[in-house]
Structure formats: C-alpha cells, structure tokens
Design a protein around this ligand. Sequence first.
Ligand code: AOF
Ligand code: ZN
Length: 343
Amino acid sequence: MLHDDIHWMTHAIELARRGGRDVRPNPQVGCVVVGSVGEVLGVGWHQQFGGPHAEVNALEGLTGMDLSQATAYVNLEPCSYHGKTPPCADLLIAAGVGTVVIGCLDPNPRVSGDGMQRLQQAGIAVRPGVMEVEARALNAGFLTRMTLGRPHVTLKLAQSLDGFVAPRAGSSQWITGDAARKRVHGMRAEVDAVITGSGTVVEDDPSLTVRHIEGPNPLRLVFDAKRRIPANARVLTDGGPTQVVSGPVDASGRIDLRAALEGLPEEVLYVLVESGPTLASAFLAAGLVDTLHMFTAPLLLGGGKPSFLDPARETLEHALRAKDVHYEQVGADMLTTIVFRHP
Ligand code: AOF
Ligand code: ZN
C-alpha cells in the first residue's frame, strides 16, 4: 500500500538522520521492520562509521521470529559485499523477511543494484524507489562523492537588488540583515568545510566561523594559489582549523577547482563556497555548483562589484538554468535557492 510505504519510509529516513555526522563518510541509513498488521517489530540505524549497518540493528532481537509477512523499510539499498560488516542483503534473506522497500539505490560500485538483485533472487518482494527524492536528498553528499568523486557543493552569495555584492568603496560589510546572517551561520554549521578565496580574505578578512547560532565550526579552506593571504588573517588566527590550498593549479596558474575538490579528505561530504564573485563564478563556470543560495537585499547600489563575472552567455539557450527553485523571505531579504544538479 502506497500510503503505508510513505509513512514507514518517512520513519526510516528520520531514524537515518540520527546517525548525523558520526557516520561520515558513510551514508545515513535507517531501517524499520513492520509486521503484517502494521506493528513495529524492530528499528535501527547506522550510528557510527565502522559500526553495524542499520539493518543489523533493526533485526537484532528478531532471531527465530517468522518474518515472512514482515516488511523491512530502508532508505538505501542494502549492501551486498563484505565491508566492515557482512552483507545486509544476506542478513535480510537469512532473517526470512518477506518484503523489502528501498528508498534509493546505493551507487557504491560494490553494491549498485546488486543488493536488490540478491534479495529478488532469494524470492523477496522488493519495492525500490519509494520516496526516492527524499532518500537521495538525505545522502546528497555521499551520493555526489560516490558518483562524481567530489563533495556536494553549495555556493552562497549576497547581493543588492540590482545585482552587486558590494558598493564601489568598502566591501567588508554585510548588505543583508541579521536574519540572513544567522541563516548563513546555520549553513556553515551544516557543512564539513567552507571554501573562500584569497581575494575575500585580503579584502574582507572574514572569520567564517559559526557565531550567531550554536553549531560546530567547519574546516576553513582558503584557495590561495599565490600564497598571498597575510599571517594575521582572521581565518588563520581565530576559530577552528584552516587549510590554505595552493594547488593543484591549471595552465594559467589558477587553482584547478575540480582537482582541489577531488583531493579533499573523504570525510568532507558537503562544502559551502563563501567567496567573492571571482571564485564563485569560477565554480559556476566549471559546473561545480550543485546548489546556489542567493540572498537579495532590498537596496540599490547603482554600481559596484557585480555578483557574477562569468563569461556572458550570448543567447538564452546558453543560460545556466535551474533544475529547481525555491523562494523564501529571510528577514527583509529574499533567499533564492537554485538547484543546478539533483544528487
Ligand atoms: C547498508 N546499510 O546502514 C549502511 C550502508 O564501511 P562499511 O563496511 O560500513 O560499508 C560502508 C558502505 O556500505 C557504504 O559505502 C555504503 O555503500 C554502504 N552503507 N549500507 O546496507 C547501512 N551504512
Ligand atoms: Zn549493509
């Protein structure tokens, strides 16, 4: 029944979230085992990297029970290989579960459809793709890393209504209000690393820490090919850890953005680019932005530093288009969220 599928998959996703950051770089996975009259027999989630998978925790304590009428709901395809734990697909088969409902397939090349096939070959009824969009969104970082070998990238910019990030003189001021600033601090707390450019550090001297809300400080990465940021820059002297990235560089001496992202440690699943128009536009031009958060303040500057320095797109067909868009008012500002690539 579709209604039940949505109900129980929502629950599996909620359980999965409890794994939080502790499971990185693994995905967040939750599992609910439901009996034939809708009673919950077992719940579990992946709690810690290296620890048991969600299915193991959900089936613990159900040994010896007849599960042929039971359904296991899991937001990610059960694994099919011996990693740190034996394959979850085999565990579900051995437990005699009648039906398995899956949120999204696991793109890990060692699983990738194999887990589902194993279940089907054992005679288990499998319903894949239930709440697939939500299941994929939950593990956007893991899925992006598995399929593209880089973290999920969000770009944040703040501009005036007429499209400038700063007036001609004096750039180190927030043009958006307090509520937007708080929201940005929340975005920092959610990612593993914040990326900025040397230009922003030299001109604005930001700290890029989380201060206006409670939350962990992300790793700060300063893209600085020419090693020009001063030793007393705030990113180097206050808050959490910072790394200056000066390579690899491309033929013109600029940081090769894709290679730099691919070189980040595998625990880095989500990055937030908070930079000026130069680095922001370079990320966009390289097709490396998955989501753009654009704050637009209700003021006009009439000139200044334009938000984008991208090469102009001559015709409408060449415009960079959104796959999805969401609008929200944050204080007096407008937050436009554009999804360029769904995970
Ligand atoms: C599942 N259930 O709860 C999780 C899965 O490092 P390991 O051995 O724990 O394996 C990690 C891989 O297993 C990970 O890359 C992903 O493909 C899958 N994660 N699978 O069936 C789970 N966390
Ligand atoms: Zn598993």
